[in-house]
Design a protein around this ligand. Structure first.
Ligand code: ACO
Length: 195
């Protein structure tokens, strides 16, 4: 399934919606349901884990990372949410977000302690990039998380990601941080200064 993110099972059983939202707590609940007499649920759980692992590996490859930042095991123990996009029986994309405590510098070099929602991983399958799929997935996340794009911190954005944010959300002049996160000017509106 290198050409298309297709699996040997029906992804529609695991991903019911065109964009399915999975939070780590859902997965933890499923593990508690991991009972011998619950074969269907167990299979769904195994298939979800395969999808997340394979998408994590593909995303890492696309970003030239040595180790995937997204795997089922890491996700299960996190406070993250995953947005998984499907297209017929293939998986088209993944977007992972979560709140983190960060120390971020504004343009005047003032340090702020904050707990923003962070974009941690974002990937659209190569065969489906530059078709508006990334924007659809991102918009769905913004709506569901009830945040504006300028309130986000972006973890190690790629050049494609910076181009994406500039094109769709007019976010320009990224403020690079030592911790490799990037925020944009309006992020610091309404944030309290830490001493
Ligand atoms: N080169 C430069 N810009 C690109 C490229 C590219 N190859 N692909 C997408 N973009 C940017 C451009 O601004 C493009 O607009 P244009 O075609 O007019 O130049 C715009 O994205 C297209 O928007 P969409 O079609 O909505 O986005 P897409 O479906 O391509 O998804 C994404 C964007 C997720 C960045 C995708 O290109 C991808 O998976 N890239 C590889 C992995 C990656 O870099 N992920 C982001 C890592 S950063 C992070 O996860 C926090």
């Amino acid at each position: 399934f290198d050409n298309l993110m297709e699996f040997l099972f029906d992804v529609n059983l695991v991903l019911p919606d065109s964009i399915t939202i999975v939070s780590s707590s859902d997965v933890a609940d499923w593990s508690n349901l991991h009972l011998p007499n619950n074969a269907r649920q167990n299979q769904k759980y195994e298939h979800l884990s395969t999808i997340i692992d394979e998408m994590g590996i593909a995303s890492a490859k696309a970003q030239k990372l040595k180790v995937p930042i997204t795997s089922f095991l890491k996700f299960k123990c996190s406070n993250h949410r995953l947005y998984l996009m499907k297209d017929c029986n293939s998986v088209a994309g993944l977007l992972k977000v979560g709140v983190k405590q960060l120390f971020l510098c504004d343009e005047k070099e003032t340090l702020h302690e904050c707990h923003p929602l962070c974009v941690l991983d974002f990937y659209i399958h190569e065969s489906k990039q530059r078709n508006g799929n990334g924007k659809k997935l991102f918009q769905k996340m913004l709506e569901n998380e009830n945040v504006s794009v300028h309130q986000l911190a972006i973890d190690r954005p790629s050049q494609k990601m910076l181009a994406f944010l500039s094109k769709h959300f007019l976010l320009k002049n990224p403020i690079n941080q030592i911790n490799k996160f990037v925020v944009f000017k309006d992020f610091f509106l309404n944030l309290a200064v830490t001493k």
